[in-house]
Design a protein around this ligand. Sequence first.
Ligand code: BG6
Length: 489
Amino acid sequence: VQCCDEVEDAISRSDFPEGFLFGTSTSSYQIEGAPFEDGRGLSNWDVFSHTPGKIKNDENGDIADDHYHRYLEDIELMSSLGVNVYRFSISWTRILPRGIYGDINPNGIMFYNKIIDNLLLRGIEPFVTIHHHDLPQELEERYGGWISLLMQRDFVHFAEICFKSFGDRVKYWTTINEPALVANYAYMKGIYAPGHCSPPFGNCNTGNSDVEPLIVVHNMLLAHAKAVELYRKHFQAKQGGTIGIVAHSVMYEPLRDEECDRQAVNRALAFLIPWVLDPLVFGEYPAEMHSILGSQLPVFSLKEKSLLKGSIDFIGINHYGSLYVKDCSLSACSLEADHPITGFVEVTGIRDGVPIGDQTGFSWFYVVPRGMQKLVDYVKIRYHNIPMYITENGYCSPLKPDETMHDLLQDVKRIDYHKAYLAALLRAIRKGADVRGYMIWSLLDNFEWANGYEIRYGLYHVNRDTHERIPKLSVQWFSSFLNNTIRTN
Ligand code: BG6
């Protein structure tokens, strides 16, 4: 068996290393609802989702899964599944309704205290993302959010409040979710808040997409490093926690069996994963980006480099699927691929009319389990086996027009997806990768950003009128996987 062939191993929880964390993942705006309750302030996503035409069917997160009122029920669901970790994010505007320009909202602190305490009571470790896309609209309006370097100061202020308020009980922190995806979706394509883009990346004329994505990631990385510096100086030793970041991580394969496409794969990866992780491990952007972007790439000062270098205890990996990559540096492809910010590559899910894997309900996610093993190997080698957590992995059910509730709940394909991805992950672990956890996206069907409620990753379906949680077949599978500790080897 060569590397990464998809062998259907029967896997069991006990095949994974002792203490391995298994759980589910969510984020605040996608599930909480209650946008104006108990003093929460207006967020960039409240504004964006209420802008006509931005979200599929003009939906928004005003109610979402009503988790704000049903968090106890959701924690019970997780407890009965048998998970030992839950990844969630803190809504910035519940804690600081006006960002740095106002007071702390004690109700927000109370809400997350209740979540954390109830998780711990049931033996579930809170795995907390400080910032997952939603930020105070006031910061957006005052200076354009992540475009401004003032966001570094404001994020550190927010993070410090989180460490002070919750750090006695939270042992797993990640600072920011997927900086590269925010740059791409929010500042190139304009499909995430605040919706900046310019041609050829989108049809709006706000922002200057040549530089904005680079500046946004630059500010996020420095905000991360400053928050970590503060955590390590004042909290970490006392609280005994660990801190990292979460990287959006697609795996790529060459479209053609040619050297130029293999090089293109390296560039595609560099412009996605090392863009974020190289500075945090080595203190500098990847060479691939330097050689293409030259002076367009923002520069770190010597002091910043030493602050960034080594500023992660672990890497959070969000991984769903793989794509093919075609080189566009030698011959022109599309307008987008001819732009240096893409690294002169074109990505596609199809080769000679054949998709790289089964198609899911999200057009860019194809089911390619071997990608999990390849990705983990790539991260392991490049970053000298820093501990990793799979912070998101999930299957988006294709939407069928005539779908019955029975079809929706019989999510056999989701079960097959997780089994195959877990088997691939296990192969990587057996080859020495230091992976310590796996979290399914998502506990519940939820507000999937630009796609509204139309695409669904949940183990539980949520009735949009009553908000009742209805278990899919995958709940049965996950709980029996989690409760079965018989070794298969
Ligand atoms: C990740 C995000 O990018 O993917 C999640 O961290 C998101 O917040 C998930 O919901 C699924 O992505 P999408 O684009 O299908 O909503």
